[in-house]
Design a binder for this molecule. Structure first.
Ligand SMILES: [Mg+2]
Length: 256
């Protein structure tokens, strides 16, 4: 007698240990998608399983998104070994309305020291380096002020950066070290700082434009997409340009 065929969900779960909750099914699905070529089958399996079993609150609808578009300037590549010199955020809604800006210059982390290669870059940008290091403030006070600013925004805040893989870990590291907050937390934590997972603006551009990710660069975008904000490596200038890029991409895709 032939054994019964396993269900799609059973096939999905057979790739590893038994998984019991919708959240862990979601996490497992993402890992599998990155790990082998059977993406379509497994993605469909994951979605069906997740939709069928989803718990209340797992798939929140964000009705009033405010994107906190952020740019950081650094003295090296590794958080803690090196320091964040400055960062700036522009809060913007998809309709293009700006809800405020945050800008800060930070003193060096205890025990950190600048990276020689990064400092060689900064020697080519003396004006931007001077702006990124003038009158630095203690990072603990800066991050407390940043949290207060984000919480003062009247909407559902979503962090965004171009690319998220660069700016995101730095902000997350400083949030963890100096506050009780994180860049991304699960929907089961009601008082999380950001309502939804952070947005990679570079990936968003690639998807919306149909460009390869490596082509999504400030040097390749038409200047008006950036609101004609020059990319100066001064954090507030760069954040303003990326905030306008987000609005441009939203309007191009009819999402504004
Ligand atoms: Mg920059």
């Amino acid at each position: 007698m032939r054994a019964a065929q396993p269900s799609v969900l059973q096939q999905c779960l057979s790739f590893g240990p038994v998984i019991a909750t919708p959240r862990s099914i979601q996490a497992r699905g993402l890992a599998i998608l990155q790990g082998n070529g059977e993406c379509d089958l497994l993605r469909g399996c994951w979605l069906r399983a997740f939709q069928r079993d989803a718990e209340p609150g797992c798939c929140e609808v964000i009705e009033t998104p405010i994107y906190v578009v952020t740019d950081v300037e650094l003295d090296g590549p590794v958080p803690d070994r090196h320091s964040m010199l400055s960062f700036a955020s522009v809060a913007v809604t998809p309709d293009g309305h700006q809800h405020g800006e945050f800008e800060a210059i930070l003193s060096q982390l205890d025990g950190a020291s600048p990276d020689p290669e990064t400092m060689a870059f900064w020697r080519t940008q003396p004006e931007a380096y001077a702006a990124a290091t003038k009158n630095p403030q203690p990072p603990g006070a800066v991050m407390k002020r940043f949290v207060e600013w984000v919480r003062s925004l009247a909407g559902d805040e979503i962090f965004a950066a171009h690319p998220l893989a660069l700016d995101g870990p730095w902000i997350d590291f400083y949030l963890q070290r100096f506050t009780q907050e994180r860049l991304s937390e699960g929907p089961w934590r009601p008082k999380r700082l950001f309502r939804s997972a952070p947005l990679c603006l570079m990936s968003f551009a690639a998807g919306r434009l149909g460009w390869p990710t490596w082509a999504c660069d400030v040097d390749r975008y038409p200047a008006d997409w950036l609101g004609d904000h020059e990319h100066t490596h001064q954090a507030v200038d760069d954040a303003r340009g990326y905030a306008r890029l987000l609005v441009t991409l939203m309007s191009k895709s009819g999402l504004a």
